[in-house]
Design a protein around this ligand. Structure first.
Ligand code: C5P
Length: 225
């Protein structure tokens, strides 16, 4: 008999892209499939945790036993994350949150006016959900263990280390290139205070189980329990 490593824990995961509307019909988004985040949510549940999965618009079924909250925009994702983080022990930010949203949202469809002039889109910055969580009282006190992700097109190790410092989080996970979207496999780079470790290429669900085990060990070492 092996006790489940996350029994009694509440794990919060963000996954997928966000969709930032400019009118009721159009908006900007990105190619995130949500597969890695959903795999982590499934693995955390298998490890005995209660799991809240805050998902942007994706085409994926909800893993068995996982509480799913669907959102569209970064601001909705932040609100849902803040609500669930109140009693979460571990936060894993896999979502590809849009860095910017259109500055003006039109309640009606923006129409061509026949002048041949295209509208100009202005953007404002979205909230950084991971940064907000990492700076929260619960994270600072060690009650909430925060894990970030990084997808880079170059210099992954240097960027991952820098991102971990900038966000002030104990563990940063880098997607080892090439940048692929919707693939079923991946390779990960784990960056923590002790250094860098690679989880070699494997199916996302296999990697998710390995990553959840790594997170459980670190969260136990750093947390209240
Ligand atoms: O700052 P950058 O987008 O490169 O950092 C990526 C990490 O931060 C990911 O874990 C992502 O989920 C998280 N993030 C976030 N909110 C944002 C931007 C990124 O939670 N607005």
């Amino acid at each position: 008999f092996q006790p489940k490593v996350l029994a009694g824990r509440h794990v919060l995961v963000t996954a997928g892209p966000t969709f930032e509307a400019m009118d009721p019909i159009r908006g900007i988004t990105n190619h995130s499939s949500g597969k890695m985040g959903f795999a982590i949510a499934r693995a955390a549940r298998e490890a005995g945790a209660r799991v809240t999965l805050v998902a942007g618009p994706v085409h994926l079924g909800t893993p068995r036993g996982v509480d799913r909250v669907d959102v569209q925009s970064a601001r909705q994702m932040l609100a849902a994350t803040e609500a669930a983080a109140k009693d979460a022990d571990i936060f894993v930010a896999t979502a590809a949150v849009a860095d910017w949203r259109p500055a003006n949202h039109s309640d009606q469809k923006i129409k061509k006016d026949g002048s041949g002039q295209a509208p100009t889109l202005a953007f404002v910055e979205n909230p950084d959900i991971l940064l907000a969580m990492a700076q929260s009282e619960r994270a600072r006190s060690g009650a909430l263990f925060c894990v970030g992700f990084a997808a880079e097109s170059e210099n992954l190790v240097a960027h991952a280390k820098a991102k971990r410092e900038r966000k002030g989080i104990p563990l940063l996970v880098g997607n080892i290139g090439p940048l692929t979207f919707g693939q079923d496999d991946n390779a990960l780079l784990l960056v923590d205070a002790d250094g860098v470790r690679e989880l070699p290429r494997a199916a996302k669900q296999v990697l998710a189980r390995e990553l959840v085990a790594e997170i459980a060990v670190r969260a136990r070492a750093s947390g209240r329990k």
